[in-house]
Design a protein around this ligand. Structure first.
Ligand SMILES: Cc1ncc(COP(=O)(O)O)c(C=O)c1O
Length: 300
């Protein structure tokens, strides 16, 4: 049985659409059921003390959640993923796993408000320093990285301003500064952007949005190609107790199957709206009310 600790076999021969449908799951070996069951269990029987089948306790790992993790890793072109109860639980695990008091994070200024609140209000009292910079401005970005930095956190396009950061540039700057690059890929998803191919070390998702796609769950994921980072995420998730529930993971497994189709349709719709606004007499430029100041916006 494949467990969360094992790397996903990424077979580049399969298309994105096929991976979204099938990666990470097989027919149930006992019943032949095509869908991975919802393993609604707390503990797992051990054949003898310490002899388990890869799972001991559902805070540490659960087969339904593992199936989703394998699929998310495969569609991002990575080997490892951990899934969380929400997107912000994933962000929390990321920061707790990799930061200690005195460490500095350079983050996009245009970033989800909950990420700002987490850094400024929850982690700052523990000595984590965060600087929010306009990462779409190469000079400002490079200047911010002159001071010692542990993590570079970018969200591109940003929610909801759609401000863009060049991921390849971010990767070059982060490497030069000796920092890890995290990309919040929630908005484009791997259907439209593959951050690992552009130099990211870690990809973060709120699966709550396009990945699950049906407004039925909240969830998050941390994806990486690095086994040692993955081990740190597994350890932290277990210590803080933020694994996703098997039911939410199961719903997300079903949702992700249609991700390629839905994203293609979103693009068509967006283009039609853009063309309509382009030709509308009041459509050009930003509306009179925007763009707002999202650093002071408080999310739900
Ligand atoms: C880009 C982005 N990242 C992270 C989050 C946090 O995710 P969640 O709401 O699942 O905790 C959100 C939520 O809106 C988001 O838009």
């Amino acid at each position: 049985m494949i467990t969360t600790l094992e790397a996903v076999e990424t077979d580049t021969d399969y298309s994105f659409e096929t991976l979204a449908l099938h990666a990470g799951t097989t027919a149930d070996p006992v019943t032949g059921a095509m869908l991975t069951p919802i393993y609604q269990t707390t503990t797992y029987r051990q054949a003898a003390v310490g002899k388990d089948k890869g799972f001991k306790y559902s805070r540490s790992g659960n087969p339904t959640v593992s199936a989703l993790e394998r699929r998310l890793a495969a569609i991002e072109g990575a080997e490892f993923a951990t899934c969380y109860s929400t997107g912000l639980a994933a962000t929390t695990a990321l920061f707790l796993a990799l930061l200690k008091s005195g460490d500095r994070v350079v983050s996009s200024q245009a970033v989800y408000g909950g990420t700002v609140r987490l850094l400024r209000q929850t982690l700052a009292p523990f000595g984590v320093q965060a600087e929010f910079v306009d990462t779409s401005n190469a000079d400002a970005f490079a200047k911010a990285l002159q001071k010692p930095t542990r993590l570079v956190f970018i969200e591109t396009p940003a929610n909801p301003t759609l401000k863009l950061t060049d991921v390849e540039l971010a990767s070059r700057l982060a490497k030069k500064a000796g920092a890890l690059l995290v990309v919040d890929n929630t908005l484009l998803t791997p259907a439209l952007q593959l951050p690992f191919d552009l130099g990211a070390d870690i990809v973060l998702h709120s699966t709550t949005k396009f990945i699950e796609g049906h407004n039925a769950t909240v969830g998050g994921a941390l994806i990486t190609r690095d086994a040692s980072l993955h081990d740190q995420f597994l350890f932290t998730r277990n210590t803080i107790g933020t694994i996703q529930s098997p039911f939410a993971a199961w719903l997300t497994l079903q949702g992700v199957k249609t991700l390629p189709l839905r994203m293609a349709r979103h693009c068509e719709n967006a283009e039609r709206i853009a063309r309509f606004l382009e030709s509308h007499p009041r459509g050009a430029g930003f509306p009179s009310w925007g763009p707002p100041d999202f650093l002071s916006w408080v999310p739900p």
